[in-house]
Design a protein around this ligand. Structure first.
Ligand code: RM4
Ligand code: MN
Ligand code: MN
Length: 385
């Protein structure tokens, strides 16, 4: 197997050391379910504390150099000061996530609302986010819409589609430099009858209608059960429209659990598509790897480190697949051989590889254990008093 040679191993290590994963500010605060938010006194309480927590994850993992913000949850009146603060902690501000779902005016939709005043308010918020991106140096406006309806007859699908496109066009037209608009789809919730960007097809058609700076964002928790997500990823890569991920895991719906905790084989298969595409000169995609999780019953930093480790594990295993042999097995119609090629990479213990990559990066080979022994953790536990 090619990856088992010395050069192959060096190539795998180089990829692991280059990987970058963005963590979300909202993953460091107290969280809960829709029934209750549990107060965690050790969790971040302010914007600065969220950024400091994200920086701690980066300090121990070495692969999470940026933090995504959610506006208005993370609004500040001095963005350049915040940018400097993040830099002083060793990280940068990443994607900006607008919030069009926590306002009475949005009861009947934000950018799809029939009332032009509400639509304008929503577009103004998106433009405000673009302004923030300019100050923070962020590249991606990562948009998830809660727009949808609960009952048949409440909305006209085609009218709403038209309003959605017209509103987003106004935002798209203001993108500058390397800025991108990532469109995140979700099957349901908070609306239970229809969602305006309900699946990857809708998001992708919308992105195509808007232009080359618009791409699709795949949140692993936003599909119906039993969806083949790796195939969606392959298609988006092929179309040049795979813009980014929101990594998490689910058992039932949008559960926002630790990435890789429920279906690690699915995560591995997704990474196989990414690795194959990265080695294919025909594929042109710049994929943002972001985590979107809420660990309400776990210590936040530890939950995030687990996720990062699980993502690295899936990536490392995907890097070990012998894709050449796989293609040959496919050509020969050798079902067992093809599947076993994947299995043999998946079953490899990649912990020594990850440990080696970390040591080469000057890190402790076991980030979770190292954090648990750290003064950073002691300081957070002391907040309890
Ligand atoms: C949504 C979606 C968005 C996230 C919000 C809080 O379900 O995943 O990405 O920003 O939740
Ligand atoms: Mn998401
Ligand atoms: Mn979600």
């Amino acid at each position: 197997m090619r990856r088992e040679t010395k050069d192959g191993k060096e190539e795998v290590l180089a990829c692991l050391m280059k990987q970058e994963i963005e963590t979300p500010s909202w993953g460091y605060t107290s969280g809960g379910t829709r029934f209750f938010v549990y107060d965690d006194p050790t969790a971040a309480r302010t914007l600065e504390e969220k950024i400091a927590d994200a920086a701690v994850v980066h300090k121990f993992t070495g692969v999470t150099p940026s933090v995504a913000l959610h506006i208005p949850w993370d609004r500040t009146d001095d963005w350049s000061r915040l940018k400097e603060y993040a830099a002083s902690q060793g990280i940068r501000i990443g994607a900006i996530n607008p919030n069009l779902f926590q306002d009475n005016d949005y009861l009947n939709g934000s950018v799809t609302n029939l009332n032009p005043v509400v639509r304008e308010k929503a577009v103004t918020h998106l433009l405000e986010c673009l302004g923030i991106m300019k100050e923070t140096g962020s590249r991606d406006l990562s948009l998830w819409l809660a727009d949808g309806t609960n009952y048949p007859g409440h909305g006209d699908f085609r009218r709403r589609k038209e309003l959605l496109l017209t509103s987003l066009q106004q935002v798209y037209n203001e993108l500058k430099g390397n800025q991108r608009l990532l469109l995140e789809y979700k099957m349901f919730e908070p609306a239970f009858y229809h969602t305006d960007i309900g699946d990857w097809g809708m998001a992708t058609l919308l992105a195509q209608a808007l232009g080359a700076r618009a791409k699709t964002l795949v949140d692993l928790g936003h599909h119906p059960l039993a969806t083949n997500i790796e195939q969606i990823v392959a298609w988006l890569l092929d179309l040049g429209l795979m813009g980014g991920f929101h990594f998490n895991a689910k058992k039932y719906a949008d559960d926002d659990l630790t990435t890789g905790s429920i279906n690690p084989y699915e995560l591995f298969l997704i990474f196989c598509e990414l690795v194959k595409a990265a080695r294919d000169p025909q594929v042109k995609c710049d994929v943002a790897y972001m985590i979107d999780q809420c660990h309400f019953d776990k210590p936040k930093i530890e939950g995030m480190i687990q996720s990062v480790n699980n993502i690295q594990t899936a990536y490392a295993k995907a890097l070990l697949v012998d894709y050449h042999a796989l293609a040959e097995a496919q050509t020969a119609g050798a079902v067992i051989e093809a599947e076993e090629i994947l299995n043999s990479a998946y079953q490899t213990d990649v912990r020594p590889l990850l440990a080696e990559a970390r040591v080469r990066m000057g890190l402790d080979p076991e980030p979770l254990a190292a954090y648990r022994r750290s003064e950073e953790r002691t300081a957070r536990l002391a907040r309890k008093k």
